[in-house]
Design a binder for this molecule. Structure first.
Ligand SMILES: Nc1ncnc2c1ncn2[C@@H]1O[C@H](COP(=O)(O)OP(=O)(O)OP(=O)(O)O)[C@@H](O)[C@H]1O
Ligand SMILES: [Mg+2]
Length: 262
């Protein structure tokens, strides 16, 4: 099943003086469990495309279907519930809430989940922050963090809810090489073990050369090329049925090690 389907998407930004076409007649399908990248020069529309897929921005024309549901005409409340339940979005410029400490920023999406106790929320936050090696910064405010640390908090907030779709806008842009490869490993594990669909916008040719993801190339407002899987690309993964386990991140590492060790 195509978990993401865009039909005839265009996006025109209008201000008083100027009209900017960001996307024109984009048609795109991403299957459940795929891991793809979006590449293209600065200003070509990568963030716009991710925002539209992530239901954060309305297209000027066209329709977006996610998990088989056409989002046309949804109310703001339906949109935000759907986003919160299914999508983890890593923003290019983080969008952390300056007045909340790191723990509260990461916990925020979980506060919209009905029936989740405070202790479970805090446990989830601990778990994800441990995985991203950020537990020593839980009490800090975003302004007290480095760019790379802010980026890891933004990533934690995007995945703490165990989303079935992760949309990551330049998620390694502020990370050093070691943290960037750790993040890629985490995304690959989520993709392989839980069949998480991942779309990653990046400028980094190095990332692409290393991981050989299929590429959605955005050029002149169009999606001009959807690449083939390379020889070392992550294989198509099993699709995860039912709720994800409580100890998501521990299970992720364990199951992945089991696969790697045969
Ligand atoms: N809110 C907005 N109002 C007006 N124009 C906008 C707005 N957001 C984006 N644009 C324009 O739309 C085009 C695409 O922008 P977008 O941010 O999607 O590019 P991008 O590919 O993500 O670039 P980068 O690689 O620099 O992040 C650009 O020309 C940009 O100036
Ligand atoms: Mg961008």
């Amino acid at each position: 099943m195509a978990i993401i389907e865009l039909n005839g998407i265009s996006k025109v930004f209008r201000t008083k003086e100027i009209e900017t076409t960001a996307l024109e007649n984009v048609n795109l399908q991403v299957e459940e469990g795929e891991f793809v990248s979006i590449m293209g020069p600065s200003g070509c529309g990568k963030s716009t495309l991710l925002n539209i897929i992530g239901l954060l921005d309305n297209p000027t024309t066209g329709t977006v279907s996610l998990l088989g549901h056409n989002s046309h005409g949804w109310s703001d409340s339906t949109l935000s519930h759907f986003r919160n339940d299914h999508i983890g979005f890593v923003f290019q410029s983080f969008h952390l809430i300056p007045s909340l400490n790191v723990a509260a920023n990461v916990e925020l999406p979980l506060t919209y989940r009905s029936g989740m106790s405070g202790s479970e929320r805090r446990q989830r936050v601990e778990e994800v922050m441990e995985r991203l090696e950020m537990t020593h910064r839980l009490k800090h405010l975003p302004a007290q963090l480095s760019g790379g640390q802010c980026q890891r908090v933004a990533i934690a907030r995007a995945i703490v809810g165990k989303p079935s779709i992760v949309l990551a806008d330049e998620p390694t842009g502020n990370l050093d090489d070691e943290n960037a490869s750790r993040l890629m490993e985490l995304f690959i594990q989520m993709n392989k073990i839980f069949g998480t669909t991942i779309i990653l916008a990046t400028h980094s040719q190095k990332l692409l050369d290393t991981y050989k993801f299929p590429v959605i190339r955005v050029e002149n407002h169009h999606v001009t090329f959807v690449g083939q899987k390379g020889p070392t690309a992550p294989e198509p993964k099993k699709v995860w049925k039912g709720p994800k386990p409580q100890n998501y991140f521990a299970e992720l590492s364990k199951q992945f090690d089991d696969i790697e060790n045969g």
